[in-house]
Ligand binder design. Structure first.
Ligand code: COA
Length: 147
């Protein structure tokens, strides 16, 4: 069973270590993570637990637009619906925070994330050439209506 809950300070070390293990996940500084965990109505940070912590997702809400900033699942827990459960709960929470649509950008080569987002209902709206560094790569822009 997968349970999705709000991220807590006690999840921080685990989340940072998970990002360091995952190709495709940004390595945010502790200062950035500190802001994620602040009681901020414009930010939604969730953790999915199965037997223990399995994955997390972070989004911001500005007016009617939410942006998915990061979603990550531990390699040994992938392909079991953890990210799907996170996306479903995230969509509900950002809607509650006032969002009517959600946007994101993703590396063009990230097949797992592209598959996840398409399954969740996102559509491709465009791209940004050479947007990412290390390695340099295009970004795919995606959008989903929430209401
Ligand atoms: C992308 C990621 C979060 C998916 O997590 P997950 O828990 O394995 O995904 P789920 O099991 O919920 O899969 C849901 C759907 O996503 C798609 N998907 C997930 N992994 C996939 C893969 N490796 N290849 C193709 N499609 C994939 C499928 O459509 C899948 O549905 P299905 O299993 O019924 O086919 C995970 O691969 C990950 O953490 N990647 C590294 C970090 C990253 O790149 N994050 C995104 C950018 S911030």
């Amino acid at each position: 069973m997968i349970l999705v809950r709000a991220m807590e300070a006690a999840d921080l070390d685990w989340a940072i270590a998970l990002c360091a293990r995952l190709e495709g996940a940004p390595e945010w500084s502790r200062a950035v993570w500190g802001r994620v965990l602040e009681a901020d109505p414009h930010r939604v940070a969730l953790v999915a637990d199965d037997e223990w912590q399995a994955g997390f997702a972070v989004a911001t809400v500005v007016g009617p637009e939410a942006e998915l900033e990061l979603i990550a699942v531990a390699p040994e827990r992938q392909r079991r619906g953890v990210a799907r459960a996170l996306m479903a709960e995230l969509a509900g929470r950002v809607r509650e925070a006032g969002a009517e649509e959600m946007v994101l950008e993703v590396r063009a080569s990230n097949r797992a994330a592209l598959g996840l987002y398409e399954q969740a209902g996102f559509v491709v709206t465009g791209g940004r050439a050479r947007y990412y560094r290390d390695p340099v790569e295009d970004a795919v822009l995606m959008w989903m209506r929430l209401v």
